[in-house]
Ligand binder design. Structure first.
Ligand code: GUN
Ligand code: ZN
Length: 444
């Protein structure tokens, strides 16, 4: 298990937004290598020097490709894999018409296992090596996704959804059944192998305060579990929430009252926030997760990346499949760029890629494990063919001739036109977990 990966090595060492010159935020070795031992990064360096230093290591040739840390998707729903691209509804109607119908199926173990496997394969095909995933309310569905991720030894975060009202009874739990199921799942999966648990109240509309408070108590009891939920996605969702919790001054206060707002909390969407809510999220150290393809698809609104970043809130970008329309992080970043353009804010491609690699790892407090090629990190990485399809090659040749070909431009091309066809291979703990057709992993 001693390997040298020969490739064009790229990773972040700092947040580009913190650098006066964003070019100082990353490392790029054109003729580089990752030295891997037993699944961990042992060294990163120039290929020729690593080859002579580690002369007994097996060499794998990816020298034509970019080799970078795998993507981290901080918000996604595996039970919604099959309802991706469901027509014609906005959030609440979309939940009632499509989502709750499909989620009923996950009370059945075999159904859940089949979709869980399909989902994991789709992540790997798109270069995502870690995701924070919702299951359904059924504990069986949470077991199924942890089991499927464990088959590949992925670093994986998931949780059973908490939901005790405003949904069909077959996909509702109760305060007590949810507490019991969560405790069992935490004991079974949290820190089991590379798995971690996220306490997952779906959103304020589908849990009463007693259940939300129970979730807060669980997090207090198991303080390194994550919390994931939705916040301020859609105007009518916000209105209904404030009707249901009429003693709260705003949406965030519902979660604050329940003890669900701290630096382990990941709030998806956050489109319609007040200044006060932004301020309180920042003070709590919570994380806002921007879900661009989903927000466009459901017509939820235009998230202001500029305001959120300027407020100093930790921000990630994620797919939110199945309201999100693609598993591809390239496509997701492409839509984030366009949403910001509509608001007159041009997102740098380095900021975008940081938010789905090292930035996401830092938000998860997992930066000593994933998200970059730091020595000692787990070797989860992807091999990216940035010349596919042909149009990318023409774009590259044009930029080369103009003397403008650089890392930022390469990443920008990927986020503008890339998709799963650009992922040649995905490695988990130094082992190939996915390889595209035609891209064989060759030793040199
Ligand atoms: N709000 C509550 N549940 C969901 C969900 O499944 N998807 C999205 N996009 N928003 C939600
Ligand atoms: Zn979601």
């Amino acid at each position: 298990m001693k390997t040298i990966i020969h490739g064009q090595i790229f990773d972040f060492i700092k947040n580009p937004s913190d650098c006066s010159n964003p070019g100082d935020s990353y490392r790029f070795l054109v003729d580089g290598s990752l030295v891997i031992e037993n699944g961990y990064i042992k060294e990163v360096g120039d290929f020729n020097s690593m080859k002579s230093k580690y002369s007994d290591y097996r060499i794998i040739d990816h020298s034509d490709c970019l080799v970078m840390p795998g993507f981290i998707d901080t918000h996604i729903h595996y039970p919604q894999t099959e309802i991706i691209g469901s027509y014609g509804r906005q959030l609440i109607d979309w939940l009632n018409e499509y989502t709750f119908s499909v989620e009923k199926n996950f009370n059945d173990r075999e159904y859940a296992q089949n979709i869980a496997r399909l989902f994991i394969k789709e992540l790997l095909k798109n270069g995502t090596t870690t995701s924070m995933t919702y299951a359904t309310q059924s504990a069986v569905s949470a077991d199924a996704i942890f089991e499927a991720a464990s088959e590949y030894n992925m670093r994986f975060i998931a949780g059973k959804v908490l939901m005790n009202r405003n949904a069909p009874s077959v996909i509702c739990d109760t305060v007590e059944s949810a507490r019991k199921d969560c405790e069992c799942l935490i004991n079974r999966w949290h820190h089991e192998g590379r798995n971690l648990y996220a306490i997952t109240p779906r959103f304020a509309i589908t849990s009463d305060m007693e259940q939300l408070k129970m979730a807060g108590e669980l997090h207090k009891k198991y303080p390194d579990t994550f919390i994931q939920t939705h916040l301020s996605e859609n105007p009518s969702e916000v209105k209904t929430t404030l009707e249901l919790f009429s003693d709260c001054r705003d949406y965030l206060e519902v979660y604050e009252t329940a003890g669900l707002v701290d630096d382990y909390s990941f709030f998806a969407h956050c489109i319609h926030l007040s200044q006060s809510e932004r301020q309180r999220l920042k003070s709590a150290g919570s994380i806002v997760v921007h879900c661009p393809t989903s927000n466009l698809f459901l017509g939820s609104g235009l998230f202001s990346l500029k305001e959120t970043i300027e407020s100093g809130i930790k921000t990630c970008i994620a797919t939110d499949v199945g309201a999100g329309t693609s598993f591809s992080m390239f496509r997701t970043l492409g839509d984030a760029y366009k949403i910001s353009q509509l608001q007159g804010y041009t997102v740098n491609s380095l900021e975008s890629f940081y938010s789905v690699t090292y930035g996401a790892a830092r938000a998860l407090k997992l930066e000593d494990k994933i998200g970059s090629f730091r020595i000692g990190n787990e070797a989860d990485f992807i091999v990216v063919d940035y010349r596919t399809p042909d149009i990318q090659k023409h774009r590259m040749n044009y930029l080369v001739n103009q003397g403008k070909w650089n890392v930022e431009n390469m990443l920008f091309g990927l986020q503008t036109m890339g998709d799963d066809r650009n992922i040649s291979a995905t490695y988990i703990m130094g082992m190939p977990a996915y390889c595209s057709e035609g891209a064989c992993i060759s030793e040199s």
